[in-house]
Design a protein around this ligand. Structure first.
Ligand SMILES: CC(C)(COP(=O)(O)OP(=O)(O)OC[C@H]1O[C@@H](n2cnc3c(N)ncnc32)[C@H](O)[C@@H]1OP(=O)(O)O)[C@@H](O)C(=O)NCCC(=O)NCCS
Length: 182
């Protein structure tokens, strides 16, 4: 799917453009995955596990654009990529057609400025328009900012996943499964 771009202002008065990812975003998106994975312990991969190439990412973005019920949005400020979010169907089966998984992450320096809220509002509206009835995600139990964002949008915890992640220092983190009816 693609999405017609919109502009919003963040809390600092900057103009944030929210639009579909395009093939020419591939290099910036690979860099973004590496950097955000190093900036926060709450994403699923360690930075050295981001081995995807620019060409792989171009193919991935083209797949998102061609997919009828999946979308990847990027946010930019003055043309600089500041974050992205996406939805995709849980599985390609009729009995799961009503459910989508959603994800979001911003560069650390752009967090806390209202950009996540604007992106999520746009994303959830597009997911509903695409025919999904509920949005779902998993979030590490200690990720208070993300949980606050999700609860603000009406996501509810529906279960705890024990030892969801194991970090390289041997410690574990639980996660919550959260669901919102669209
Ligand atoms: C989680 C994330 C997407 C939130 O986006 P954001 O742009 O920082 O959030 P916003 O500024 O739009 O804030 C949205 C709401 O979340 C809550 N929130 C966000 N940051 C907060 C903070 N530092 N302290 C308290 N509440 C916070 C608030 O309820 C806020 O609403 P309000 O501004 O009306 O009070 C962003 O912090 C991020 O990318 N984090 C790193 C990656 C990550 O953890 N992704 C989620 C993986 S499941």
């Amino acid at each position: 799917m693609t999405f017609e771009e919109i502009s919003v202002n963040d809390k600092l008065g900057r103009t944030v453009v929210i639009r579909s990812a395009r093939p020419e975003d591939a290099e910036a998106l690979v860099e973004y995955m590496k950097t955000t994975s190093a900036e926060t312990p709450y994403l699923i991969r360690e930075p050295e596990e981001i081995t995807i190439t620019k060409d792989d990412e171009v193919n991935f973005i083209e797949g998102k654009m061609a997919g009828k019920r999946e979308l990847m949005l990027v946010a930019t400020i003055d043309g600089k990529h500041v974050g992205n979010c996406s939805f995709t169907g849980i599985a390609p089966f009729n009995r799961f057609k009503h459910r989508c998984d959603v994800a979001i992450a911003l560069y650390k320096e752009y967090c806390g400025c209202g950009i996540g809220k604007a992106m999520f509002e746009t994303l959830l509206g597009a997911a509903k328009k695409a025919g999904y009835e509920q949005a779902e995600l998993e979030v590490v139990a200690g990720n208070k900012n993300a949980i606050a964002l999700y609860e603000k949008f009406g996501f509810e915890k529906c279960g705890t996943f024990p030892d969801y992640m194991k970090y390289s220092d041997g410690t574990y983190a639980d996660a919550y499964r959260m669901i919102k009816k669209l």
